[in-house]
Write a protein that binds this ligand. Structure first.
Ligand SMILES: Nc1ncnc2c1ncn2[C@@H]1O[C@H](COP(=O)(O)OP(=O)(O)OP(=O)(O)O)[C@@H](O)[C@H]1O
Ligand SMILES: [Mg+2]
Length: 170
């Protein structure tokens, strides 16, 4: 199986989910974050950054105008926001492929702008259920990184159990 789904009950849970993923990442990875404006892509990215060990004093915000922010951590982190990308030449100028398939963790908000829905990597889709809840779907595309699969299984089982026990507690 290469897809998993969890429900986040609020910003803090999405942050925690990202943090767990960041903590467990041991190897370079490309993570594509899909979702509407305000879905929680940057919150999730912030969690990954914290989990990778980016200094907590450094704010993690969308690189909307700069297109890419670089953070130093256990693995280098490259955070792209392609919302304002006008054409793919800009990506070439940025040296995008070197980052995407380099030695760090690369996060991409608005990966639709890559015009390649087949891009191999971990696709994460965040959907707004209501003000506080988000459905988060993980899909591993063209990835055979067994470590990443194990990490996702662990995280998703943890949250599925959590959500279940919460529902039972109501
Ligand atoms: N469960 C949740 N997970 C994440 N964010 C949530 C959740 N519930 C509410 N929010 C709120 O939704 C907003 C998410 O903002 P965020 O900047 O992460 O969105 P985004 O997907 O990066 O949007 P954009 O496309 O504009 O960059 C925040 O204001 C956050 O407080
Ligand atoms: Mg964002």
């Amino acid at each position: 199986m290469s897809s998993w789904s969890v429900v986040s009950g609020g910003e803090a849970q999405t942050l925690e989910l990202g943090k767990k993923l960041g903590r467990l990442l041991q190897r370079p990875a490309l993570i594509l974050l899909q979702g509407d404006l305000g879905a929680g892509k940057t919150v999730f990215a912030r969690g990954i950054a914290r989990g990778l060990g980016v200094d907590p004093e450094i704010p993690i915000t969308s690189p909307t105008f700069t297109l890419m922010n670089h953070y130093q951590a256990r693995l280098d982190l490259y955070h792209f926001d392609l919302y304002r990308l006008s054409d793919s030449d800009e990506l070439i100028e940025l040296g995008f492929d070197d980052y995407a398939y380099g030695s760090g963790v690369t996060l991409i908000e608005w990966p639709e702008k890559l015009d390649n829905p087949g891009t191999p990597g971990l696709w994460v889709n965040l959907k707004r259920i209501d003000e506080e809840r988000r459905e988060i779907n993980f899909f591993l595309q063209g990835e055979t990184n067994q470590e990443l699969i194990a990490v996702l299984q662990e995280i998703c089982h943890f949250y599925q159990r959590n959500n279940l026990s919460k529902a039972e507690g109501i």
